[in-house]
Design a protein around this ligand. Sequence first.
Ligand code: PMM
Length: 286
Amino acid sequence: MFDWASLCSRRPAVMGIVNVTPDSFSDGGAFIDAAAAVEHGLALVAAGADLLDVGGESTRPGADPVTEGEELGRVRPVIERLAPAAGVPISIDTTKATVAAAALDAGATVVNDVSAGRLEPEILDVAAAAGAGFVAMHMQGEPRTMQRNPRYDDVVADVGDFLCARLDAARAAGVAEQALCADPGIGFGKTVAHNIELLARLDELVARVGVPLLVGTSRKTFLGKVVGRATAGVDLPVDQRDAATLATVVWVVERGASVVRVHDAAPAATAIQLLDAMRTAELDAA
Ligand code: PMM
């Protein structure tokens, strides 16, 4: 039975991203070959990743869906080789129940569903039956159209309502309490202001959901917009967003996030290690 506490009860965990896709926004095409993806996953672990998130379908805004066969053909060989070799849990980033089932069969132990079980509700049964971890992520709309005019009354309250409802759906399907994790879905149907407000008020969301919170800001568009516009007047390109990513990693960890999902594991792992040392010293001094 997967238990998030084993990964992140002592300090926040780093989830390293292994995208086996031709079109992900930051690393699309780099690891489409299984051997390259496996090598990348092992390098992320060597750099401090506590778990690896393997995905075969890009969720970037405007991305076209892929078939189940294509998606499985990408992720299964990678998971089969990574699971015995990586020494850390593997999660499968998918919205498809059949892909999740095959990935769990191949050695993954967590299902990371950006639709939180809305696209294919059977994915909750698949996770429950396997005793797998389950990440329920918030998204307004669907990837192809989600950035067209997203709207909220109160983004933190609305995302909190959604996550609580989806966690309840997962519980109803039999997913164990210790296997649950929630994610506000930074960049998924949200404006720059929505993303910033979610991060600014992350502690409210942490208190609200009552399960470990995963946050994925790595190299996302809003970082390029906030930092680029403030400095050069243009968006910062994706390959220049690592410093901004690290700033958000420190921020979210300080506000109670339990897992950070990143493309580059070393800076996040180093920051978390240092924050942990300083927090321990702070407690000792008190
Ligand atoms: N972001 C992407 C893909 N999957 N899953 C979760 N749980 N949270 C996220 O923020 C998230 C995700 C965006 O694409 P990427 O893999 O290229 O970063």
